[in-house]
Design a protein around this ligand. Structure first.
Ligand code: UN1
Length: 500
């Protein structure tokens, strides 16, 4: 699809794409695709004020009616799935199929949130006092700040936005400065939906474009009770304490160092598919990317050479070409980080297959790389996340040892085991098994559905987004006790007789 056609279909005109001060480049060929306007600190503060005012109106709209707005957003996204999917490819470099998948995640979470808008249930709790009723009421929280990364430039926003909106909150989005155009497209689509919907107050969704300083304004603002931030552990380490300092809440979705264990009884065809998609998909730039592989010694020689053959045959190139399986890295910095990590692995005794830049003549400003497999020495581990397609492979002989090594890293996002042995599968998902937020059996580490809660432990940040009861993080829990008697009994049987 042609760039101009994509912009046109998504309603992005020259007023949005030109004349600003932030150049946006496509990672495919390094071509400038837009020069967008960034917000000044004052503009950012004004937008937060607008969002706070919008919240006061939106919180009074009945939740199922709020769901109707999200339903319309889902419809709009269905209509623009191909255009937005292609824009995602163009701006962040993932292949078109994955761009479409990302928009499908947006549609799915909208559907989920519409149902949820009639299910924001609270408990009724037995009171210890006669003729008293105690219940929990879930209340809207306030403006929700959403900070998102370049690698899922639109889906992560939608997980937060759809839930926050049905919960009665306004939303303020600070996208990655590497992918502001997809954010502008989503904002435009959302505004179109709001026009068709009488109850949407002005300022219900605000967009802050800029670098770190603009993000900090959002993070520090007391009017924003919840910051949901997705990105590196370094970013989370900066954001978490700043928000805590003002007693705000956070949902942090940070780094991963995800592993797959392949047991002797595994269906190797399944394992093979899961490993290749998990390790090279989105060019190794998903937070759920498979970064480590523990293969049992009995199946090592049946699996690892096959992976190498697949890696050698991967079609790498223009992500908008349907034949391509691996697009470019986001930028030169990512390429240099990959080179560094490979050099480091070599020093540690790793044997490298693949790696290195390709297509540099055709795309002097695009950073295409061959995904790498690194066979690591006995007993070693890799504890850092490098956001690039590097799969570290370890041989194991004892499952408990493999699980212990899988867990022995600072991150705790996603994990999986391929096995047909029910004992092994159940051990892996037991309290003594994987310590991650996601633990799969016979599917890979990436590509989670939106119906489950998404997020991880340890340095992954502990937050949960999208499905299950993640919505509770976007609301304020109120405990309300109602006395319908003519007495005022005190809890715990305390006697207190005031005279007068
Ligand atoms: C991310 O990489 O930030 O499970 C999110 C997955 C996707 C989401 C990844 N559904 O791979």
């Amino acid at each position: 699809m042609q760039k101009d056609k994509i912009f046109q279909n998504l309603g992005l005109g020259k007023d949005v794409l030109e004349g600003g001060n932030l150049d946006v480049y496509s990672p495919i060929d390094g071509a400038k695709i837009a020069t967008v306007k960034t917000d000044t600190p004052q503009e950012a503060k004004d937008k937060i004020a607008k969002s706070a005012a919008a919240f006061k109106v939106w919180r009074t709209v009945p939740a199922p009616r709020r769901g109707e707005l999200v339903r319309l957003l889902g419809e709009k996204l269905r209509h623009h799935k191909e255009d937005l999917g292609a824009l995602v490819s163009l701006e962040c470099g993932k292949i078109y199929q994955e761009g479409l998948g990302e928009v499908q995640e947006m549609i799915d979470i909208c559907d989920f949130a519409v149902g949820l808008s009639r299910q924001l249930y609270g408990l009724t709790i037995a009171s210890e006092r006669p003729q008293h009723k105690m219940r929990e009421i879930w209340q809207p929280l306030g403006p929700v700040g959403i900070i998102s990364a370049f690698n899922f430039p639109v889906a992560v926003w939608s997980w937060n936005a759809a839930l926050a909106l049905v919960c009665g909150n306004s939303i303020i989005w600070k996208p990655s400065e590497k992918t502001p155009v997809t954010a502008l497209a989503c904002q435009h689509l959302f505004q179109q939906v709001c026009k068709e919907f009488a109850d949407a107050p002005d300022g219900l969704s605000e967009l802050l474009i800029g670098e770190r300083d603009i993000g900090e304004i959002l993070v520090d603002d007391k009017r924003v009770p919840l910051i949901s931030a997705t990105g590196s552990t370094a970013m989370g380490r900066a954001v978490g304490p700043r928000v805590a300092q003002r007693f705000g809440k956070t949902i942090l979705e940070l780094g991963g160092n995800n592993a797959i264990i392949v047991a002797p009884s595994a269906d190797l065809n399944l394992a093979f598919q899961g490993i290749v998609f998990g390790s090279v998909g989105t060019c190794g730039q998903r937070c759920t990317t498979t970064r480590r592989l523990f293969v049992h010694e009995d199946v090592y020689d049946a699996l690892v050479p096959r992976l190498k053959t697949a890696y050698a045959g991967l079609s790498i190139g223009d992500p908008l070409d349907p034949k391509t399986l691996v697009g470019p890295l986001i930028d030169e910095q990512s390429y240099l980080a990959m080179e560094d990590a490979l050099n480091h692995a070599k020093m540690e005794g790793g044997e490298i297959f693949g790696g290195g830049r390709i297509l540099a003549e055709q795309y002097p400003n695009g950073y295409f790389v061959k995904p790498a497999i690194v066979e690591m020495p006995q007993g070693s581990n890799v504890r850092e996340e490098t956001f690039a397609p590097i799969l570290y492979v370890f041989k194991y002989s004892d499952l408990d040892d493999a699980i212990a090594r899988q867990n022995d890293v600072p991150q705790g996002l996603s994990s999986s085991i391929f096995t047909r042995d029910i004992q092994e599968a159940e051990i892996f998902t037991s309290e003594a098994g994987s310590d991650c937020g996601i633990a799969n059996v016979n599917i890979g580490t990436s590509g989670a559905e939106i119906g489950g809660a998404f997020g991880g432990e340890k340095e992954t940040g502990g937050g949960r987004e999208s499905g299950s009861d993640s919505w509770k993080a976007y609301m304020r829990r109120m405990t309300s006790t109602v006395n319908y008697s003519s007495e005022l009994p005190l809890a715990q049987g305390i006697s207190f007789d005031a005279q007068g």
